[in-house]
Design a protein around this ligand. Structure first.
Ligand code: ZN
Length: 86
């Protein structure tokens, strides 16, 4: 009976209570194969790895858009100057 309430984590291989596993409806027993502790560790690592890239992407996006914005402003200003000169 007790074994029904416990499950071995696929990541740390520890036998843990089912309540130590997050729910996952697609799973056979309704729980994730990885315990909550390992899940947390996994996501911490995942985001620690991804964060610099995401930040880099945002920065380059801002850089590209800043160029666009300043080009647009320059065009507008040139047009204005041209009109003023006439
Ligand atoms: Zn685990």
């Amino acid at each position: 009976m007790d074994s029904d309430l416990k499950k071995a984590c696929n990541s740390c291989l520890e036998l843990k209570l089912l309540s130590d596993f997050s729910k996952q409806s697609s799973s056979k027993d309704g729980r994730k194969y990885r315990c909550k502790d390992c899940d947390k560790r996994y996501f911490d690592n995942y985001y620690a790895e991804k964060r610099p890239k995401v930040l880099e992407g945002v920065l380059s996006w801002q850089k590209n858009n800043k160029i666009k914005v300043s080009e647009h402003k320059k065009k507008y200003r040139d047009k204005k100057n041209l009109e003023n000169n006439v």
